[in-house]
Design a binder for this molecule. Sequence first.
Ligand code: IMP
Length: 439
Amino acid sequence: MPGIVIVGAQWGDEGKGKLVDLLAERSDVVVRFQGGNNAGHTIVHGDTKYAFHLVPSGILYPGTTCIIGNGVVVDPEVLLGELAQLATQGVDSSGLRISPNAHVIMPYHKLLDVAGETRLGKNQIGTTKRGIGPCYADKALRLGIRIQDLLDASILKKKIAAAMEPKARSLRPWERDEILDLQTMTEAYLAFGHKLEPHIADTAALVWDALDAGGHVLFEGAQAALLDIDHGTYPFVTSSNPVSGSAAVGSGAGPKDLDEIWGVVKAYCTRVGAGPFPTELDGPLADGLREKGGERGTTTGRDRRIGWLDLVALKYAARLCTLDQLCITKLDVLSGQKTIKVATRYRTADGAELERFPFHQTVLHHATPEYDELPGWDEDITDVRRMEDLPQAAQDYLAYVEEKSGVPIGMVGVGPAQDQVIWTDAGRASEAAKSVDLS
Ligand code: IMP
């Protein structure tokens, strides 16, 4: 005890990075278990901003072992760039460990991601074009290049050739592109492997040893439950499993090692990329929340779609991930709304009422949400640090979300800085049980 998992409980960009950062400070190990550099978050410490895509942000705390687990897909060039950037900011990344079993994003994966989206035309998924899907596809096809292969000159070239062979037709437009030349690619990726070698280790064993010694291990999810390839709004999803169960698979821990699971939830909803989004708003209300919440992607710079909180989707995510605690982020962004809407059920095209998230894509596409309306508040809450100091309407909103979702709220975010948080009684009690002093 304890293994603590943090996952997104909506469509991503809930602000997981901040909770991860708060909990990482007292973790022995922080492990990323899925996704790749399609994720991104910024951590603000004092006046310094740190941008993370692959490296767990726990790297900012000396003594914390940070792991890129076997479930992650790694673009070595991006990773090395991130490490170089952290070095210029004075961050010692020598504690980073990478699983030899993590799969490598190759140049052809990125080209195929772009080509796939172009082919889909108006039906495109809106991927981050980082090669994530094609890399996971090769993993499933057993044509993947793994981190350990970057250390093996004799085998790497053969594996790349085997992986490229069935893609020849799709890659034809880039036939003469130097980037896809077998020899050039092999040399470049061996060089990446050489640079990453000091970080490559048996990461599953590191996780086991920390857990078995009673250490704190934090499992850091990327993306979110509704983007899960099995349980999300397929095909408008990412290519991995961001649900909490994947923390075990993607790190080597066992399911019983996951002691506590936090779901991070924005006080409203956002989504980037295409796909169903029942509570989506448009017009000045959406523009206002987007502006106030800075809802532009850290990774791709795209404007995020905006909507009201969706309890049908949240309850689904809470059950999928067996959430123990919610962390509600960006509550301050709702200040100034006269009323706040929350979707409690969907109405289907044929008039049926649904309280459960529909499994059928067509039903979801045509579902219209039905809302409860709660009073808003005007006060600036960014300096509030205790629940009882929040305006009554904000307290009522949180109590409502807690009651309807059935999951206690442990923490509330009221601004971008690390100290702009409110620990609730439930959050404090849970931390105290783990001998953590929050005072
Ligand atoms: P991919 O993960 O790049 O293949 O993109 C698939 C879908 O997941 C697209 O709708 C992306 O916008 C979305 N997505 C991927 N990563 C993130 C993330 O970190 N936050 C929010 N959405 C994401």
